[in-house]
Design a protein around this ligand. Structure first.
Ligand SMILES: [Zn+2]
Length: 304
């Protein structure tokens, strides 16, 4: 698959990862002192936005951050190192967080429609690492507090010397199709009409295709035949790798698991086209373009 074949937001970071640097700690120390290096400030995973774009700072601003603010190395672009800095502990309110006077810490879903896609991919990478760190502060073996190492590439336990690496949780997300209809659904935590593709975590000892088949049967009672992988999306909510499928359903009958789904509907291609054109249809709202669910719908509507 060529990079251009993957339309997903949060993918294709313009940064080159710094994995081959022999002495990563020395590299990080030098680059953090270099004012040409870039800081990506995040507050609870939300980016600083100013003037309709992401506000990235010079590393010269680092002394204005709390000393204990976690810093992660995200990569290199045009010779500059990019670092994420987590300012969550500096303020309980986003308006009081460091650098907030420059703009606004915008909730990331809102920021997704504002900042450029390259910047969003960089922001998503930082958010991912900080979310992982926030939920894995302690060693899963002995319970001691771990330390972030190598610019966030891993954490290490000073007590038992074990090492731990950022999580990546695979999820299968599926657009079932039958003749000229596709199946969209919503869980009870979404408002009426806000429909999306069905998704579920890949379980231990399961392939993504098996997870796709199982989830759709468990939640909607729909049997899938051909399951076709389309593309993937790094999804920093908090640490998921979404793997997208379009799959043929054997029939359009539904048998909903009402604990999981409040509503599921087969939507015609004609209605999908109208919704994509911004027309109203039965109070349905398609998922926003930054979601892989929407990109699966777009691909199917485009003839896949
Ligand atoms: Zn330990």
């Amino acid at each position: 698959m060529k990079p251009g074949d993957n339309p997903n937001w949060f993918a294709h970071s313009p940064l080159t990862r710094v994995n081959s640097e022999k002495d990563r700690s020395a590299f990080i120390e030098t680059r953090l002192k270099d004012p040409n290096s870039i800081l990506v400030p995040l507050w609870r995973g939300d980016p600083l936005v100013a003037g309709g774009k992401a506000a990235f700072l010079s590393a010269a601003a680092l002394p204005e951050c709390p000393k204990d603010a976690p810093v992660v190395l995200l990569g290199l672009k045009e010779g500059r190192a990019y670092f994420g800095v987590d300012l969550s502990s500096a303020a309980k309110d986003r308006a009081q967080a460091p650098f907030a006077e420059m703009g606004e810490y915008l909730p990331i879903r809102a920021a997704a429609g504002v900042v450029g896609r390259d910047d969003l991919a960089i922001i998503g990478h930082g958010r991912w690492l900080f979310e992982w760190r926030r939920k894995h502060l302690h060693c899963p073996i002995c319970g001691a507090r771990t330390e972030l190492k190598n610019g966030g590439a891993k954490s290490a336990c000073p007590a038992c010397e074990s090492e731990h690496f950022p999580r990546c949780d695979p999820v299968a997300i599926v657009l079932p199709v039958h003749e000229d209809h596709c199946l969209l659904a919503r869980g009870p935590h979404f408002p009426p009409g806000f429909l999306s593709a069905l998704a579920g975590y890949v379980e231990p000892a399961e392939t993504p295709e098996e997870a796709a088949r199982r989830e759709i049967f468990e939640e909607a009672g729909v049997v899938l035949s051909s399951i076709r992988y389309q593309f993937s999306q790094p999804w920093p909510f908090p640490t998921s790798l979404m793997m997208g499928f379009i799959a043929d359903a054997e029939a359009r009958t539904l048998d909903l698991d009402t604990d999981e789904l409040e509503e599921a509907r087969w939507i015609s291609r004609q209605d999908i086209d109208a919704l994509r054109a911004g027309e109203a249809r039965d109070g349905i709202f398609l998922p926003p373009p930054f979601t892989i669910a929407r990109q699966l719908i777009e691909r199917w509507a485009g003839g896949a």
